[in-house]
Design a protein around this ligand. Structure first.
Ligand SMILES: Cc1cc2nc3c(=O)[nH]c(=O)nc-3n(C[C@H](O)[C@H](O)[C@H](O)COP(=O)(O)O)c2cc1C
Ligand code: SF4
Length: 438
């Protein structure tokens, strides 16, 4: 294991993670001792429009994957329309490899609750929802407890801190479907329907929850709001890069010595993150990795110095996504990894549109064939052709994301596929697992 050099350690910028190691960090007493709810007091004295402007000035971009500018999104909510407005926090966190929102809600739930109150006040919402993944029982329990503590202390409910502002906050557990992380499917699910994406336009900003103006934001986005209110836009922009401001929680998993959450200014490189994480595990050499979850195209060892911000990763041909950095070594097979991800997408496809429903079904079968040593050279063309028919033709991002690892693994690791097809690599799947592969 390598020890990080002081200059690399200085890359750590704990803002959202700064309380995580404090004893009982999830309790309101600890939170209040460590700046908690100071931002809310400040925000309630400001005009809501000024708060929206502050978030715009900070350059905060959504932490849910797409990196949409948060202040701009809030500014889309029509004002004076006489309709109820809603804030919905997307705490579904289903993307494989992604694990930043659940630890945040487990260790520091009040950071999210405080962010919800400020954001709701800014967009003039009097009701907010946190939609949390059904399996995340522990995080949901912590969150519900924090919400109750906030009600008891007068931070939620009627006439918050005697400001005249009212807000009800509901924590809603989903049933654990990846598609319910897609914001319009989430809204359908929250309304009690089967979670499937909605046609857009109209967008949630005008026709969201119960056909009313709604902001949907990720947990990390909303938890970033209190520090911005306290520290100011310039302080936030002093971290990160010109178009990707602030700190980001990078989740390192896989073949690293110390997997976990590393909060750094945006633009840090994988080389630096690996140093912070103690390097690769003994006996392993980096071979491929995802910069932001399994929906983002794979990168290879040659991309160690790519700046991990929205622009840097895009320039390298991938997507920053959820900064779920999954690390694979020379002992891992990119064909098998891609197959496993495809099984996931196939299973989670909601079935609404044909390219994703059928395309993933068939690609899984082609992979099984290849991995059982029964693939052909033509199968590689079939895979690329199928991806071509899914990408950009699917109804939502799940279909697009499913193609990422297929096309990128074929781009960087075609030889691994050929080795299965031409018999140089022993089959990974048995004939028994081949059911339906032909
Ligand atoms: C299949 C799919 C799953 C998604 N899952 C999540 C999720 O679990 N959490 C999340 O915040 N965003 C998820 N998103 C992105 C959301 O649709 C939406 O862009 C995001 O919640 C907006 O928040 P932000 O602007 O704060 O990033 C998903 C998108 C797709 C297409
Ligand atoms: S892309 Fe997949 S998940 Fe999205 S609507 Fe189509 S079938 Fe459903």
């Amino acid at each position: 294991m390598t020890t990080p050099r002081p200059e690399t350690l200085a890359k750590l910028t704990p803002v959202l993670t700064k309380r995580w190691l404090s004893p009982d960090a999830w309790r309101i007493g600890t939170y209040e001792q460590l700046d908690g709810y100071a931002a809310l007091r400040k925000a309630l004295k400001a005009h809501p429009d000024d708060l929206i402007q502050l978030i715009k000035d900070s350059g905060l971009r959504g932490r849910g994957g797409a990196g949409f500018p948060t202040g701009l999104k809030w500014g889309f909510i029509p004002q004076g329309d006489g309709k109820p407005h809603y804030l919905v926090v997307n705490a579904d966190e289903g993307e494989p490899g992604t694990c930043k929102d659940l630890p945040l809600m487990t260790h520091d739930p009040h950071a999210l609750v405080e962010g919800v109150i400020i954001a709701s006040y800014a967009i003039r919402a009097s009701r907010a929802y946190i939609y949390i993944r059904g399996e995340a029982v522990h995080a949901a329990r912590r969150l519900r407890n924090a919400v109750q503590e906030a009600y008891d202390k007068g931070y939620l409910g009627r006439n918050i801190l005697r400001s005249g502002y009212d807000l009800e906050l509901v924590v809603h557990s989903g049933a654990g479907a990846y598609i319910c992380g897609e914001e319009t499917a989430l809204l359908d699910s929250l309304e009690g329907f089967r979670g499937q994406p909605r046609l857009r336009p109209p967008f949630p900003a005008t026709h969201g929850l119960y056909a009313s103006p709604t902001v949907v934001n990720n947990v990390g986005t909303i938890a970033s709001v209190p520090p911005i209110v306290l520290g100011g836009a310039d302080w936030w922009k002093s971290m990160g890069t010109e178009k990707s401001s602030g700190p980001m929680i990078y989740s390192l998993s896989g073949r690293v010595a110390n997997p976990g959450q590393y909060e750094c200014s945006m633009g840090v490189t994988l080389r630096e993150l690996l140093e912070l994480a103690g390097g690769m595990r003994p006996g392993h050499n980096l071979r491929f990795w995802t910069p932001g979850g399994s929906s983002t195209p794979l990168l290879a060892a040659e991309h160690l110095d790519v700046p991990l911000d929205f622009e840097g990763v895009a320039a390298a041909g991938s997507i920053l996504g959820t900064t779920a950095t999954q690390i694979f070594s020379d002992q891992d097979c990119p064909v098998y990894a891609t197959y496993r991800w495809l099984e996931f997408y196939h299973h989670e496809s909601c079935g609404k549109c044909t390219p994703c429903r059928e395309g993933n079904y068939w690609m899984v079968r082609v992979y099984r064939r290849i991995l059982a040593g029964q693939g052909t050279h033509e199968d590689l063309e079939t895979l690329l052709d199928t991806c071509d028919n899914i990408l950009g033709r699917s109804f939502c991002g799940l279909g697009d994301g499913a193609t990422s690892s297929v096309t990128s693994s074929l781009q960087y690791f075609k030889q691994d596929y050929l080795d299965y097809i031409e018999g140089r690599t022993a089959p990974k799947l048995s004939d028994k697992q081949l059911v339906g592969a032909h």
